[in-house]
Design a protein around this ligand. Structure first.
Ligand SMILES: N[C@@H](CCC(=O)N[C@@H](CS)C(=O)NCC(=O)O)C(=O)O
Length: 203
């Protein structure tokens, strides 16, 4: 298997989950602006949407969209217990969190990483991030260390990565003590440390 990624991007969540299941895999970075991978492949042939993550399976099958990649890895490795069984309310809850992170929180950060966003766009985006974080703050805490409760799941890997972006765009995570503690908790897992190290994010 191979994961196409950009350092610190949302693909880091898939990288963390591949580590959680102790998969055998390679990683290959992508310059999405140039549309080229580290080994010079034309990325449009790998993911016509142009963004990361993309997971390439051993038989050449390509899978994109982070929420799909995460759940695929979890479902292929049920012993790791990273996603509740399909068809249960707990699995629907997982989708609920994955969708919130993908379509609300992740998208709220978009203007901070856009080369064309104005200062006004970024100001509006900052207010939007605050609103999304305010909600997240109510979803986790000492009694509920992870989004599904006591158990770490694929949604935590993704939500951790997106929340952690706050530290790179001048938004103080300490405004949300539960979120700040959660980022620390998930980020200190060996799977996350190993992935961040491999992506060159540990200094
Ligand atoms: N809907 C996609 C969005 C993926 C996405 O936004 N990827 C970003 C990194 S977090 C990216 O590759 N951006 C570079 C680009 O769009 O050129 C998913 O959930 O996987």
């Amino acid at each position: 298997m191979k994961l196409f990624y950009k350092p610190g991007a949302c693909s880091l969540a898939s990288h963390i989950i591949l580590n959680e299941v102790e998969a055998t895999f390679d990683i290959e970075s992508v310059d999405t602006d140039a549309g080229r991978t580290e080994t010079g492949q034309d990325y449009i042939n790998i993911n016509p949407k142009g963004y990361v993550p993309t997971l390439e399976l051993d038989d050449g099958t390509l899978l994109s969209e982070g929420a799909s990649v995460l759940q695929y890895i979890a479902d292929q490795n049920p012993k790791a217990d990273l996603a509740p069984p399909i068809g249960t309310i707990a699995r629907a809850r997982l989708h609920e969190h994955l969708n919130y992170t993908a379509s609300e929180l992740h998208k709220a950060f978009g203007p901070f990483f856009s080369g064309t966003a104005t200062d006004e766009d970024k100001e509006k985006a900052g207010a939007n991030v605050v609103e999304k974080m305010d909600y997240l703050e109510t979803q986790i805490g000492n009694e509920k260390p992870y989004l599904l409760g006591d158990k770490f799941s694929v949604a935590d890997a993704y939500t951790f990565v997106v929340c952690n972006w706050a530290n790179f765009v001048g938004i103080d995570l300490n405004t949300w003590p539960n979120v700040a503690a959660y980022v620390e908790r998930v980020g200190s897992r060996p799977s996350a440390q190993k992935a961040m190290q491999a992506e060159g994010l540990m200094g």
